[in-house]
Design a protein around this ligand. Structure first.
Ligand code: NDP
Length: 686
């Protein structure tokens, strides 16, 4: 007889657990596949390890090197993904379901690696916004900085996405530089355990950056402090309980929740059964009901349909659902697998019974059916179930009860205002889809429901060619919703990284602010040398290194030549009379001429370490430049980012942003911007 393996926690750098505790059964056939472990975890030791070793190793890196590490981890997981696919089958997931979990999880690592590379600086401090002068001369100024919180994050996750659920939180948290302790939902924790083993075996994880808890969290939450963070995904009831843990309240420990949500899809009244959008709507509803057997926090639970189209929608939904093959995902053609556990099967059954007091059954509704596959009758299957609520204005029912399985409820609405009102009856949801052909209707519905939703997905035939679907949270867009959905926020690009950083306002002189932020602040100390800054390699450049150029008087010939060269004969540059009547009362030079002329003033034309100019940020034309005005430029090294990249020719290079101020003969600023360049590193030729 095969020994049933015992899952292990990964605590303080050790895998612990050898004594079997709770049995975990295959969702497909009910056979015992794993045990959780019985050993008690020493959370004092775990937190101490995260705070010492974890923080030290993570802060020895910086945003850029952690981004590179995320990419490497994602690559490693993809190379070893089949191990995870094999284990994931026990959870009842089809290959397509596991793809969302496993490759979607790795994809989130890649997405945050790219975001980090592109949008975060070198070092471990982010100057968040432009510094603002706080006094008349600019000697005292202020702005905001973001730094890694010196604590630990505890991620308590749901059972439905054991890999993605961990990685979508790990990626921004790791990029921010905080160690974390992950506690997955027990019923599928064997998949998370396998993923953490791979990550650890990769040799890429900095020591102490990730720990895994199999089983309960014991006194972990009671040991957290003000620098720590808890994130929770799961039921609204558990979220409500954990949120008020006395120690979390006493120490203002940040608590981010993503709880169950009664998401809706609205078929707008303009869509007729002959439109492509009608079929798209039906397809989307069935997809959301059956993907992951409906165990998605984003699944469509409430299907809002114009009253006169309920019959047509019902007919098409039934036809599609009837074609969905349910059973052992190993069988060819099976589209929907099992619920993750028998507990979940019982729970869904119970919730459907509760829904039936206010709804009628249209399709399915039972666990007592014949899923495909040997032994599947012992699995945790549930039939796709469509209900109809004829009185959606009544209290409770499908607006309150979440059956976390392949269950949706049709609701007829009278008009658009009624649909908007019903959407809000979810009391705050993660996502809503609006299916319409009409831009006017979209413009009316979306703003009205947006305050109740974390995300709104508009679907029409044009978007359908590329739509990622109602139920897919994307790394670059916010995931999380108000009210019942937990009130938290996850993902959303760099926003998610900021959840793990502490914001502080900093005030002082520009020189001090430059020193603190590592980014030149206007008015701060500059350094001028005999060497043109464009002749320095990346490592040689100092923040604040500056060049004040020679001057140039702008002539009418400049304006005429530039106009002819560019084809821009706008009246302000060429029509003496119109220009005299304008707010400037004279002909002025093209703004783009001023930019070009400034480049002519500050570049060092010979071959040197500056490899390319790839753009400008923050361009403003502050004052007009008239004929006879004399301009001058100041170029100052503002920011350096080492992304560890090479040019196409193999030269190691870094990004340098230069602050440019163009002034006139009165010393007034006429143009202001940052130019972005790629600068070669030392020891690689010229
Ligand atoms: P729970 O809220 O019970 O559990 C979610 C997570 O919290 C799990 O890791 C669970 O661990 C943990 N947990 C539960 N109680 C405690 C506690 N006292 N202290 C610390 N951790 C705790 O949700 P379930 O996973 O059981 O699912 C129940 C329902 O939640 C579903 O039927 C569905 O309605 C909803 N849900 C919503 C999801 C969403 O993404 N919005 C996802 C999954 C579920 P353990 O597994 O060991 O109990």
């Amino acid at each position: 007889m095969n020994q049933i393996p015992t899952l292990q926690s990964f605590i303080a750098g050790q895998w612990i657990g050898s004594t079997a505790a709770n049995p975990l059964a295959s969702a497909v056939n009910g056979k015992l596949v794993y045990h959780t472990h019985a050993e008690t975890i020493d959370f004092e030791q775990s937190l101490d390890f995260a705070r010492r070793a974890g923080q030290q190793s993570l802060l020895a890196m910086d945003f850029q090197s952690r981004a590179a590490c995320l990419r490497a981890l994602g690559k490693y997981l993809i190379e070893h993904k089949e191990t995870l696919y094999t284990i994931s089958t026990h959870s009842g997931a089809t290959r397509a379901d596991s793809w969302i979990d496993i490759e979607g999880g790795a994809g989130t690592l890649f997405a945050y690696a790219s975001l980090g590379r592109r949008e975060l600086p070198s070092g471990n401090l982010i100057p968040e916004d432009d510094v603002i002068p706080l006094g008349p001369t600019g000697a005292f100024a202020g702005g905001h900085i973001l730094v890694p919180r010196r604590g630990v994050t505890v991620h308590i996750n749901a059972f439905n996405f054991p890999v993605w659920g961990m990685l979508e939180k790990f990626a921004p948290n790791f990029l921010a530089g905080m160690p974390c302790i992950v506690k997955p939902g027990s019923s599928t924790s064997y998949v998370t355990e396998a993923a953490v083993r791979l990550m650890q075996q990769s040799g890429l994880l900095p020591e102490g950056s990730l720990q895994l808890v199999i089983g309960r969290t014991g006194d972990l939450l009671d040991r957290l402090g003000g620098q720590d963070i808890v994130t929770f995904t799961g039921s609204a009831a558990t979220a409500a309980k954990l949120r008020v843990t006395p120690n979390l309240v006493a120490n203002s420990v940040m608590f981010n929740a993503e709880a169950d949500s009664l998401n809706c899809a609205i078929l707008a009244p303009d869509v007729t059964p002959d439109d492509a959008e009608f079929d798209l709507f039906v397809k989307e509803v069935v997809r959301e009901m059956t993907t992951k057997a409906g165990q998605k926090c984003t699944a469509i639970r409430r299907v809002l349909v114009p009253a006169d189209k309920v019959d047509a929608v019902t007919e098409k939904l039934i036809a599609r659902l009837a074609k969905t093959r349910v059973g052992d995902p190993a069988i060819e053609g099976v589209r929907m697998g099992a619920l993750a556990s028998h507990d979940q099967q019982r729970d869904v059954h119970h919730q459907v019974e509760a829904l039936m007091t206010s709804c009628e059954r249209v399709y399915g509704g039972t666990a007592d059916f014949s899923p495909l596959g040997e032994g599947a009758s012992n699995g945790a299957f549930f039939e796709p179930t469509l209900l109809l609520c004829r009185d959606p204005d009544a209290e409770g029912g499908a607006h309150d009860i979440e059956a976390f399985g392949p269950v949706s409820t049709l609701m007829p609405y009278r008009d658009i205002d009624h649909a908007i009102e019903l959407a809000a009856r979810g009391k705050g949801s993660l996502v809503s889809s609006v299916i319409t052909r009409s831009p006017e209707l979209a413009a009316r519905i979306v703003p009205a429901i947006a305050s109740w939703h974390g995300r709104v997905h508009i679907l029409d035939a044009e978007a359908a060619t590329e739509s990622t679907g109602h139920g897919s949270p994307l790394p670059m867009l916010k995931h999380g919703g108000p009210g019942r959905a937990g009130g938290g926020e996850e993902l959303g690009g760099i926003r998610a990284v900021k959840h793990y950083l502490q914001r502080a306002a900093v005030q002082g002189s520009p020189t001090m602010l430059t020193a603190v932020t590592g980014e030149y602040v206007r008015g701060g100390q500059t350094y001028e040398t005999e060497v043109h800054p464009f002749r320095r390699h990346f490592e040689e450049l100092r923040i604040g290194e500056s060049l004040l150029t020679h001057r140039r008087t702008v002539t009418e010939a400049d304006i005429v030549n530039f106009g002819c060269l560019s084809g821009d004969h706008f009246y302000m540059h060429f029509d003496e009379l119109a220009a005299r009547d304008s707010q400037f009362e004279q002909r002025i030079a093209h703004g783009y001429f001023v930019l070009s002329a400034a480049a002519g003033l500050f570049v060092s034309p010979g071959v040197g370490p500056v490899l390319a100019n790839y753009g400008l940020d923050n361009l403003r034309f502050v004052n007009p430049v008239g004929i006879g005005d004399t301009i001058q430029a100041r170029l100052t090294c503002k920011r350096k980012i080492d992304q560890g990249k090479e040019s196409p020719k193999g030269d190691p290079q870094g990004v340098v942003a230069w602050d440019v101020q163009v002034t006139n003969q009165q010393g007034e600023l006429v143009a202001s911007y940052d130019i972005l360049t790629l600068v070669k590193k030392q020891g690689v030729g010229s």
